[in-house]
Structures are given as C-alpha cells and as structure tokens.
Design a protein around this ligand. Structure first.
Ligand SMILES: Nc1ncnc2c1ncn2[C@@H]1O[C@H](COP(=O)(O)OS(=O)(=O)O)[C@@H](OP(=O)(O)O)[C@H]1O
Ligand SMILES: [Mg+2]
Ligand SMILES: [Mg+2]
Ligand SMILES: [Mg+2]
Length: 358
C-alpha cells in the first residue's frame, strides 16, 4: 500500500480512496496503450466514453461499496451504453477483474482489499448504477470522474482519475491521479503524479510510479512567470476571452499551458502557472453549460489547501451542495492568492469588452 498518509482525520476514507484510484489507474494506463476503435462510444451528449472510463468507475465504486456501504455515489458514467453493447460490456467486466487480479499491481496492492477477487457482470453493472445519486446538501457522498479529460486520454495526452468525498455539501477529501503528468514539471518525463487534499489539513503529492514520500503542495503568492492554465478543447472554455484576461493580468503572450482534465489543478496546486481559467463558451455564443461536481471537487480542494483561491468567474465560492452540477456557479477562476482578486476583476472587464454584461 501507499506510504503512510499525511493526514490525521478521514484516514480510512483516504486509504480506501487512494487504493481505489491506484487500481483504476492501472486499468486506464493499460487501456490507453491498447485502445481499439470500438472500445469507445459516444454518449447522448456526443461526448466520448471508453471501456477505460466505465471499468475505472466500476472498480472505484466496488472499493467504496465494500468499505463504506452506506455512502452515496455521484459518478459521471452509467450503464446505458453497456446494457446495449455486449462487446463493450464483456470488455469492461474483464478489465475490472484484471484490475483486481492478484499480483497485477505489484508491491502496492499486497494485502489490500479485493486482491484476486473476481466480480460478475451483475455486480459490475450494479456498481456502475450506484453512481446515479443526486448529491445535495446533506449526508456523505463520493463523486467519481473515472477519466476526466476523456478527449485528452484518447489523444494520449493528459487525463485524471478523480475521487472526492463530500460531507453535507462540503468537499472534505480529494484524490487526483494524473498518470501522464511529469513529477516535477508539466513538461518533464511522464511518470505520473498522485495528489491528495484534506480540508483544513493541506495538499500533498507523490509520484504515481512508486511508493514515494508525500510532499506538501504549495502555491507561491505570486508565481513567476505568471502563466495561465486552460482547457485544450475550445468547446469547453472560451479561449479568446481567456487570452484577453491573460493580457489584463500581465501574462506574457504564448505562455498559456493548455492541458486536459483536472491535471490543470494539479499543476497549479504545486505552483505551476498561477491561474486556471474556465470561462463558459456561452459568452462567445456557445451553448449554456453547467459544470459537473466531479470535474472540480478534488482539484478545487487541492488549490484551497495549497494556499490558492478558487471561485467561480464572478468570485463566488463553488457550491457543491446543489446536486450533480455546480448550478449556483458559472465558470471557474482558480489562482495563487496574490493573483485571484485581479483575475476576477479582469474576467469582468474582458466579458464586458466581449459585449455581454455579467
Ligand atoms: N461544453 C462544455 N463546457 C465546459 N466543460 C465541458 C463541456 N463539455 C464537457 N465538459 C467537461 O469538460 C471536461 C474536460 O474538460 P477539461 O477542460 O478538463 O479538458 S479539455 O481540455 O477540455 O478536454 C469533461 O470531463 P470528461 O467528460 O470527464 O472528459 C466534461 O465534463
Ligand atoms: Mg465525459
Ligand atoms: Mg470530467
Ligand atoms: Mg470523465
């Protein structure tokens, strides 16, 4: 198992969450290396889902179900595609069982729950169906994004396996694994990084590859050079507005770091960049979109626990108590403490310039 966890409360939850995410990464890594055309389908909203997303969510849920049977699950994926596609279903069940196969994970899995267990098709489907909980302001629920940045995963670029515990609407614990992120910089050799955050206790990271020591994550007050982090997909955030915000903030031209997934929060959390912007495309004529809680729970906690500030684009705190989406919020501004206020101000100015009042 992973080296002793650095936190004092919610330790069992963190241990189970880290184990589940490590197993899920084992599966997503092997899927990313060998993905075939028919291992991917389109969901009704036209976004892609792969056998890796489905297997990882089932596998994480099986861990949670075993350790915390009363807890609710808010997962991105469901069984719609699997129930109508035999080939996909068989592959996903096979992958879940590969994830649990004895010895597969090496030293890290020795003696942990589930090693060598085998799960039936029924238990895999039931586990995935558990993810349909509505969330909300009371009780304990886990939110899972089994592959965040599926488009990046398909391009063999950045993606993240994300799991967070929300108690009475507040994110208490976040685990974020970025299998293709360099350990010291976004651009270094890609060994993968595991991030952990616990409300009021801090943020940490360690290499995903080995059982390395946890190091604290910290965001300097004024990172230099100031760069901003943004999505790769132009359909997911308004790049043109973000470029203007960058100018207003004094970001040098050509220094934005584009990467898929909550890997952006991971990079920011350890001091790279300085400002993560997510301005909705509706401000440049795109469709309205509500952010999903699984896309921000782990990452936003990592930022606030590493000395940064996270809000929506108007400066309001993110409200995870509203259900499956951040329906009380619009867009995201996550930044170093010395940058955040000016970033929110610049958002307002840039949006006004783009002709829409906020
Ligand atoms: N229209 C629109 N606007 C904003 N956000 C959207 C939109 N459509 C999808 N999504 C969500 O974006 C998640 C991945 O986006 P990222 O910005 O992290 O990465 S990317 O570079 O855009 O791929 C992606 O997460 P995954 O589905 O887990 O890949 C979606 O939840
Ligand atoms: Mg998706
Ligand atoms: Mg996502
Ligand atoms: Mg996803």
């Amino acid at each position: 198992m992973s080296s002793a966890l650095p936190i004092k409360t919610y330790t069992k939850e963190a241990e189970v969450a880290v184990q589940a995410v490590l197993r899920a990464c084992h599966v997503t890594k092997s899927v990313q290396d060998t993905l075939k055309v028919d291992d991917k389908v389109s969901k009704p909203d036209k976004s892609p889902v792969t056998i890796g997303d489905l297997a990882a969510q089932a596998l994480i849920t099986l861990h949670l179900q075993n350790a915390f049977p009363e807890d609710k699950i808010v997962g991105e994926e469901d069984t719609t595609e699997l129930r109508k596609n035999d080939g996909l279903r068989n592959k996903v069940v096979g992958l879940v069982n590969e994830g649990f196969a004895k010895g597969k994970l090496g030293k890290e899995s020795e003696g942990i729950w589930g090693e060598g267990e085998s799960f039936s098709e029924d238990s895999v489907l039931t586990a995935l169906d558990l993810g349909s909980h509505t969330g909300g302001p009371t009780g304990r629920s886990w939110t899972i994004d089994p592959i965040d940045g599926t488009l990046g995963f398909l391009r063999k670029e950045q993606y993240a396996v994300c799991l967070a515990l929300i108690v009475d609407g507040i994110v208490q614990l976040g685990v974020l694994a970025c299998p293709n992120l360099g350990t010291t910089a976004v651009t270094d050799s890609q060994t993968g990084v595991l991030f952990l955050a616990k409300k009021n206790e801090g943020g940490w990271m360690r290499s995903l590859k080995d059982d390395a020591k946890w190091e604290k994550t910290t965001i300097p007050e004024h990172p230099t050079p100031l760069r901003f982090l943004e999505s790769v997909e132009s359909g997911h955030s308004a790049h043109s507005v973000q470029a203007r915000i960058g100018e207003l903030l004094g970001v040098q031209e050509g220094t934005s770091l584009r990467m898929d997934s909550q890997a952006k929060y991971g990079a920011l959390g350890r001091g790279e960049g300085g400002c993560y912007l997510r301005i909705p495309t509706k401000y440049i004529g795109g469709k309205d979109y509500q952010e999903k809680i699984w896309d921000h729970a782990s990452g936003s906690l990592l930022i606030s626990e590493s000395g940064g500030v996270v809000s929506d684009m108007h400066g309001a705190p993110l409200d995870f108590s509203r259900g499956r989406t951040l329906s009380a919020n619009e867009g995201i501004v996550a930044a170093a403490s010395g940058v955040h206020a000016k970033a929110v101000e610049s958002v307002k100015k840039a949006i006004e310039e783009f002709g829409k009042k906020v």
